[in-house]
Design a protein around this ligand. Structure first.
Ligand code: BGC
Length: 798
């Protein structure tokens, strides 16, 4: 059978035989336009195989003979459209018939030219209107191949989706449905050909824009959630509670009512005074609408080109005789990643916390890693990912997803003269203090931190090779002081620091109590440290020597600037100690004293959290590293605000952006940034795996691991399992107390082929140490409990 050379991964455009087509009125539509329906009738000889290769500037859903092609949602996905556009290939052999067929493609604005960005966002960031490129490839029985590309023979008209916006939602008018739009029109009186117009053939895609199949899985409709209750609000509104803050949309069936009647679905993450609380959504309506065509048999509706972050949906205008709650379900959408981690323990609140972290990651890994899924942002904020990546890789397989995004991080960085964008894809940000072209610690360290996390999880050096130029360019561009500490950050540069420190004013989240320069420099040193390891792995000997020199000089300056010889830090804060301890910035004596000081601060704060985005991932780990696991558990189990469990006790089902997104009286934090679905504080899941369950990766790609549960507090059991590149590794432990201070410990461990596992378990008043290989292992020990529990806070006067 003859074959056509197929489009290569790196975007060889010669295989694209199609025109880029648009509606002829595209350029004259200043505001948001209705969706465009494209159509082409084709007649086929007997064939054996057929493929559809397709992409849009915008978002699309294709149909052949009235059947939807594939199961992607918001295709072709979000990339840095000025440099990279993803396409999809579908096997459509089963969709096509010998003889007459019809291809239809509905196209809407999506991220490409719909409103997106910060502080309300902008329209038309990557182009003035959507465009479609597609080709159907038919492999005939007679060994010939035909390509049917988008070209001037296609026709177009507006479809029933009157508005399809990511923030504002979708408005579907069923009275404007176009009969037979993607099917062959039957002979007879229903000739509708006059409603279609010839398309406009646009100039080819700019040379700069690469067509690529991308690396990650697509976004799909992953799960269905039924409402748990229907509420009647004080204002008389019908509100459905799905019991879970989720990302996706509401699907309605059994819709009945008169033609032209409108049903309105409004979304919110929380209720305030028993009504939907939409203030945190800012300039984002999050409202879908359906106008009935009046079909007495009942109608169905689900949006295609928008998504919302919500737990509650208010449905106005329900006139059907079927009950609303039975006619509604939520469709959960995210990038289709495999869940590769699990964790559980004997504390139900901690288990709920872990549940919330999983859901936070699902909702925010939608085509790109986003800050939040509900308000007028949903952007690829790099700092959030930089801090969460080491946790993310333990929960879901996100290697390809992040690899794909990192390619765009580098593209955006190149367009900004080597300084990474604050958000990738770079939805142009307005220019307040921290935005465009301004170098920023942590956010821009994503160039190093994210590839390093992916390498650690998989052992794949290729991700370090792929991102090497991005890493080194960033470190070259990072502005250092001209005099004094010339290896540290230029102190005149504004930093976000320990963003969202609970003591920062609600309207100035960068004004935390930890010196933002100290935080920036600690992350710089961490980046330099990683670069010495990365250059060694990539056999770049000369570069390694240079990075080592820079690292040692920066460490020395850090010591001089921020640390006393006894290990006190100039910012006497939880974040400063946690970061300095975990990043190895201290001498052994300083480290020990810093650990004691951290304990002092934590006890003084009644075990409540005093850190923001930057310090939080390191807080419990720093306590564990310096021998204070019980204090770490006291923090983990604290449920007064700010703490990890406070949101859980307030009914949270995802991780909040602020420790107090909801205040203890149930009112919503008046601050501008009050999301109930931000993954950053969920970085504690790494500690749950590594310390509470005790499963730690020691070598990249899991060739070596350690099982060393930190038994403490009142935890009586914990377990974690993880699907590594070598297979599933798991450990599960249980204790029973007997005697005043004696406990029995049972541990079960599974080690896959190719992995060695170091085991450290308490035994008697010492440790049992063993190294094992592949197999199922069971250990039983008896040990003396020595740890004090509960740990006491400091007396009020100290
Ligand atoms: C986002 C954050 C982000 C921050 C940085 C916020 O609006 O939601 O998660 O990192 O801005 O400025």
């Amino acid at each position: 059978m003859a074959s056509v050379k197929f489009i290569s991964q790196n975007g060889d455009k010669q295989d694209w035989r199609c025109d880029r087509i648009a509606a002829p009125w595209g350029l004259n539509t200043p505001g948001p336009d209705a969706e465009w329906l494209f159509r082409k009738d084709v007649c086929l000889k007997p064939f054996v195989h057929a493929k559809l290769v397709i992409t849009t500037q915008g978002v699309y859903e294709a149909e052949i003979n009235g059947q939807i092609v594939g199961d992607h949602f918001m295709a072709p996905g979000w990339t840095s459209y000025d440099r990279r556009l993803q396409y999809q290939t579908f096997d459509v052999t089963a969709n096509l018939l010998n003889g007459r067929n019809c291809i239809g493609v509905r196209v809407a604005e999506g991220w490409f030219c719909g409103r997106i960005g910060f502080e309300g966002g902008h329209r038309n960031i990557w182009g003035p209107h959507p465009a479609l490129m597609a080709q159907l490839e038919i492999y005939y029985v007679d060994d010939t191949v035909e390509i049917i590309p988008t070209d001037s023979t296609w026709v177009v008209q507006r479809g029933p989706i009157q508005l399809a916006e990511i923030y504002n939602g979708e408005k579907y008018d069923a009275t404007r449905e176009v009969p037979y739009w993607s099917t062959i029109v039957p002979e007879g009186p229903c000739d509708i050909s006059h409603t279609w117009q010839p398309v406009l053939c646009m100039p080819p895609l700019s040379e700069r824009i690469m067509l690529t199949s991308g690396f990650g899985e697509p976004v799909r409709r992953i799960e269905i959630i039924k409402p748990v209750q229907q509420l009647l609000s004080p204002m008389g509104k019908s509100i459905l509670d799905f019991g879970q803050n989720l990302v996706g949309y509401v699907r309605l069936r059994n819709i009945k009512g008169s033609r032209g009647h409108k049903i309105v679905i409004s979304h919110a993450e929380v209720l305030e005074n028993q009504e939907l609380c939409i203030r945190p959504l800012r300039q984002c309506d999050a409202v879908d609408e359906y106008i009935l065509k009046g079909d007495q048999a009942g109608e169905k509706y689900e949006p295609r080109f928008t998504f919302h972050g919500f737990r509650y949906a208010q449905v106005d205008g329900w006139t059907s005789d079927s009950s609303l709650i039975d006619s509604v379900e939520a469709v959960v959408c995210h990038t289709d990643m495999e869940e590769i981690g699990s964790f559980a323990c004997s504390d139900t609140l901690v288990n709920q916390l872990y549940h919330n972290i999983r859901w936070g990651m699902k909702g925010n890994f939608l085509s790109v890693p986003t800050d939040c899924p509900q308000r007028d942002e949903r952007l690829g904020w790099s700092g959030d990912l930089a801090l969460f990546a080491p946790t993310a890789v333990l929960l879901f397989n996100c290697y390809d997803f992040l690899k794909n995004w990192l390619v765009d991080v580098w593209y955006d960085q190149q367009t900004l003269d080597g300084v990474p964008a604050m958000v990738t894809p770079n939805a142009t940000l307005p220019d307040p203090v921290w935005c465009r072209r301004k170098p920023c610690a942590i956010w821009h360290d994503v160039t190093i931190l994210a590839p390093w996390a992916l390498y650690g999880e998989t052992g794949k050096v290729e991700i370090l090779e792929q991102q090497y130029d991005s890493m080194t360019t960033w470190l070259q561009k990072l502005p250092r002081n001209k005099e004094g500490c010339t290896h540290l950050w230029d102190t005149s540069i504004f930093q976000l620091g320990d963003w969202l420190d609970p003591d920062a004013p609600p309207d100035a989240p960068w004004k935390g109590k930890t010196d933002a320069q100290l935080v920036a420099n600690a992350f710089l040193i961490q980046s330099l440290d990683l670069m010495t390891r990365i250059t060694a792995l990539l056999h770049k000997t000369g570069e390694k020597v240079e990075f080592e020199k820079g690292l040692n000089a920066a460490k020395k300056e850090f010591q001089e600037e921020y640390v006393t010889s006894n290990g006190r830090l100039v910012s006497d804060s939880q974040a400063a100690y946690a970061i300095a301890i975990c990043f190895g910035l201290l001498t052994p004596t300083q480290q020990e004293r810093a650990g004691d000081r951290l304990v002092y601060l934590v006890r003084k704060n009644n075990f409540r959290i005093g850190t923001g985005f930057a310090g939080t991932p390191f807080l419990c780990e720093a306590l564990a590293l310096t021998g204070h696991i019980q204090v770490a558990y006291a923090m983990l189990l604290e449920n007064k605000c700010p703490s990890w469990l406070y949101p859980v006790t307030m009914g949270a089902t995802t991780v909040w952006e602020r420790w107090d997104s909801m205040l203890p009286d149930g009112s919503i934090n008046p601050g501008e940034m009050t999301s109930f679905n931000h993954y950053a504080f969920g970085s504690i899941a790494k500690f749950l795996y590594e310390r509470l369950a005790g499963l730690q990766r020691l070598e990249p790609g899991w060739t070596k691991c350690r099982v060393a549960p930190c038994i403490g507090a009142e935890f009586s059991e914990a377990s974690a399992s993880h699907e590594t590149p070598l297979g599933i590794v798991s450990c599960s432990w249980k204790t029973t107390h007997f005697g005043k201070k004696q406990s029995r410990l049972e541990v079960q461990i599974t080690v896959p082929p190719g992995m060695t596992c170091e085991i450290f378990l308490p035994e008697g008043s010492g440790d049992l140490q063993k190294t094992v290989g592949q197999g199922e292992w069971t250990f039983e020990t008896c040990f003396t409990r020595e740890n004090e529990w509960p740990v006491k806070p400091l007396p009020a006067k100290s």
